[in-house]
Write a protein that binds this ligand. Structure first.
Ligand code: APR
Length: 324
């Protein structure tokens, strides 16, 4: 039986950590791709271009861990898109991460160029793939990736909601003093600052969270989850979060590779759904081998609808700022 194939574009922190999770779960063979050359200083202090062997180094290092983790997945590090051909899933993490004081939106010009170039090559090499976009600002980058890849809308998905929900769920589990596995939650809208938490759809062990956590405390936890990315950026000082973003991405990849039909919050293309009108927005979606197989529309009250509309407007403003 052919093992599934996942290509990861961008072998930096998020990309390499995705490869690590994929290997640990023995989910798929992995192609780890990054730019072909790097600029380094020569012995006289002048800039010189050298081949970027980093993806090959990370792939080999991970492969050498496979006898220990008992995983037979193959890993290849490369800068050649031919090696990514016919991937079942392509994860796009290429781009620059933010530094302290930067918002995700500050990355837009640089990452539009990078993600656009990458998506074009991915679409040519793997015309039947499902592409999961992780690069920020997510809600705009997933749009860029769709436009440039030529892939159908249901085969392009942004990773944001699984991460935001995981942050929210872990803080709630801490508050309730229960297992993280017992907290279920749903978020809608844009990534991070823009997310719309739905307290009515949040449960711990089947009990509505509003019966376990007081409204003021819940509001504080929601705010911490919203600022979750910035909290990590501040602590790391260089670069942004990668363990949880990578775990979230691989959970989505697993749902697709194994055709699990999982209901996960994902940035999916919505037209009439939630009245979005042709943008990628965080919504509950059924993920399977065809990518987004269905967007689930849930009932929203007036406040929730208002918060979602505000979030969608920010997504629209971000997309309008994209220069393709
Ligand atoms: N093609 C392939 N790889 C590229 C390209 C490109 N055109 N441009 C940049 N890269 C690579 C970089 O060389 C680097 O190895 O993308 C990688 C990014 O890795 P990091 O700098 O470690 O950034 P990371 O923390 O992984 O974040 C990547 O994901 O969560 C988002 O906001 C984050 O946009 C950022 C992205």
């Amino acid at each position: 039986m052919r093992r599934p194939k996942i290509s990861i574009i961008g072998a930096g922190n998020v990309g390499a950590t995705c490869a690590h999770w994929i290997l640990s779960a023995e989910l798929a063979d992995v192609i780890l791709l990054d730019i072909p050359e790097l600029t380094v200083k020569d012995k006289d202090g002048n800039d010189t271009r050298v081949p970027n062997t980093m993806p090959a180094g990370k792939a080999l290092d991970l492969y050498e861990s496979s006898p220990i983790c008992g995983s037979d997945c193959k890993l290849v590090g490369t800068s050649d898109y031919a090696q990514t051909a016919n991937s079942d899933v392509v994860i796009v993490t290429a781009g620059i991460p933010r530094k302290p004081g930067m918002s995700r939106d500050d990355l837009i010009a640089t990452n539009t160029k990078i993600v656009g170039e990458v998506a074009e090559k991915v679409g040519k090499a793997s015309p039947n793939t499902v592409m999961i976009v992780v690069s920020n600002p997510l809600d705009a980058m997933v749009y860029v990736a769709w436009k440039k890849s030529g892939l159908p809308t249901h085969r392009v998905i942004g990773q944001a909601g699984v991460l935001d929900t995981a942050r929210y769920r872990s803080f709630l589990a801490e508050e309730v003093g229960c297992s993280v596995e017992d907290v279920q939650a749903l978020l809608l809208g844009g990534h991070g600052d823009d997310m719309v938490p739905l307290a009515r759809y949040t449960f711990a062990g089947g009990i509505p969270i509003t019966q376990l956590v007081k409204p003021e405390r819940l509001a504080q936890i929601i705010q911490r989850a919203r600022d979750g990315g910035a909290e990590i950026v501040k602590l790391l000082r260089t670069g942004s979060a990668y363990y949880a973003p990578a775990a979230a991405t691989v959970q989505m990849a697993e749902a697709i590779i194994k055709d699990k039909k999982r209901i996960l919050p994902a940035a999916a293309y919505c037209t009439k759904e939630y009245g979005v009108g042709g943008y990628f927005v965080g919504v509950p979606a059924i993920l399977g081998s065809n990518g987004v197989e269905k967007v689930l529309e849930i009932e929203l009250d007036a406040n929730e609808k208002k918060a979602l509309d505000t979030s969608v407007q920010h997504v629209k403003d971000l997309v309008a700022a994209v220069k393709l």
